[in-house]
Design a binder for this molecule. Structure first.
Ligand code: CAA
Length: 257
């Protein structure tokens, strides 16, 4: 196998997974997505890791699926191999929180991969887009569904049908990204967020994530009932007792999970 196309950096309980094919603007090929999947599975099993950051380089988070790799593929081959489902969807299945730190291009599968994460912090040079129609296909890693849920039908249609890019300001205005930071500070900001999350009770973190995601899967009534059950269940944890006692005793909480 050729050289690894990801870089993993550990900062105590926070792990940073960097997409690393700068010569191809981090185009997401089979090898890279296999490595991303394996790394995410390892992080899920690793008790030390609490929060994951997925990022690229200043010029590109990822410019989409590797067009050169898939250009000649046949219909049955993609279907039979479960292309996308098999390697990419792990990012959407993780129980641990994943922050996408996006700088430069997040196009096609790159935008879709960022949207599989729990939230996106954008550098001021970030550019988002779903240009698949300009190369004769459609978004294939959830773009038609997630972008529509995140930014609404009109903006999603505009982006997908015209293939245009939106800059960081527009992405923040329409709710695609949580906030914009200077490019040079992107990783520091993402690590700060991740370290804050890592200090919390991981039971609440994972369950809060599940509850927010439930908002996309169910009716308001069913989602609120789901949230209520999870809220009740947290009163069976030591972290709830510790968190509330610490507040009352005016001291920092020490969560142990
Ligand atoms: N796949 C393969 N290679 C890619 C790539 C991609 N998605 N995006 C960029 N590259 C390669 C280029 O071919 C080029 O390689 P060479 O130097 O060997 O020619 C290198 O990266 C640099 O790219 P450019 O010279 O094009 O750089 P630029 O600054 O002029 O343009 C860009 C940047 C506008 C992002 C342009 O590269 C581009 O349009 N890329 C393709 C974007 C795209 O269509 N993405 C969707 C892919 S399909 C998909 O993702 C399906 C899905 O839903 C899962």
């Amino acid at each position: 196998m050729s050289q690894s196309s990801i870089i993993i950096e550990k900062h105590d309980e926070v792990v940073c997974l960097k997409l690393n094919r700068p010569e191809a603007l981090n185009a997401l090929n089979n090898q890279m997505m296999g490595e991303v999947k394996e790394a995410l599975e390892d992080f899920e099993r690793d008790d030390v890791v609490k929060v994951i950051i997925l990022t690229g380089n200043d010029k590109a988070f990822a410019a989409g699926a590797d067009i050169k790799e898939i250009a000649d593929k046949k219909h049955f081959e993609l279907y039979d191999r479960d292309f996308i489902q098999e390697r990419w969807e792990m990012a959407a299945r993780c129980k641990k929180p994943i922050i996408a730190a996006v700088s430069g291009y997040a196009l096609g599968g790159g935008c879709e991969l960022a949207m599989m994460c729990d939230y996106i912090i954008a550098a001021d040079n970030a550019k988002f887009g779903q240009p698949e129609l300009t190369i004769g296909v459609i978004p294939g890693a959830g773009g038609t569904q997630r972008l529509t849920r995140f930014v609404g039908k009109s903006k999603a249609m505009d982006m997908i049908l015209t293939g245009r890019m939106m800059n960081a300001d527009e992405a923040e205005r329409c709710g695609l990204v949580s906030r914009i930071v200077p490019t040079a500070d992107l990783l520091t900001e993402a690590i700060n967020d991740a370290q804050k999350i890592a200090k919390l009770s991981q039971a609440s973190v994972k369950l809060a994530k599940e509850c927010v995601n439930e908002a996309y899967e169910s009716t308001l009534d069913a989602g609120v009932r789901f949230e209520r059950r999870v809220f009740h269940s947290l009163f069976g944890t030591r972290d709830q007792k510790e968190g509330m006692s610490a507040f009352i005793e005016k001291r920092p909480a020490e969560f142990k999970d």
